[in-house]
Design a protein around this ligand. Structure first.
Ligand SMILES: [Zn+2]
Ligand SMILES: [Zn+2]
Length: 128
């Protein structure tokens, strides 16, 4: 079965528009370099969603890189948390944006689901 080119391009256009608006939302989140620095000094560079730093995933080249997310529209620095770009995108993909607690639950559930899918029953294979 061949994919319908019209439908495909509609989907592509839709996805592009969606990704653009999402990228804009993420980019606008915390732009002030002072706010970013304060949040990182306070919370470190580990993502508050998945717990990873970008250096955990990409190595030394990504050391210290992290997005800073504003949890509420207020301007208290308490409301700023570090999020990796993936978690940050997921938070903003939901309207209204996801809470950090909800994000953590999603990450935890997804990890559990992956483990369950990978090994439905533990095997007692001996190795070595
Ligand atoms: Zn994350
Ligand atoms: Zn954000």
């Amino acid at each position: 079965m061949k994919p319908d080119p019209d439908t495909d391009s509609d989907i592509d256009a839709h996805c592009a528009a969606f990704n653009d608006s999402l990228a804009a939302a993420v980019e606008d989140c915390v732009r002030d370099p002072d706010e970013r620095r304060q949040a990182i000094e306070r919370h470190g560079t580990a993502c508050h969603g998945c717990g990873l730093t970008l250096a955990d995933v990409y190595g030394a080249i990504a050391e210290g890189f992290i997005d800073v997310h504003r949890v509420t529209p207020s301007h208290y620095s308490d409301d700023l948390v570090p999020l990796c770009p993936s978690c940050h995108t997921v938070v903003h993909a939901h309207e209204p944006q996801l809470s950090i607690d909800r994000l953590r639950l999603l990450v935890r559930d997804a990890v559990r689901a992956r483990r369950t899918a990978r090994s439905p029953a533990p095997t007692d294979r001996q190795s070595g």
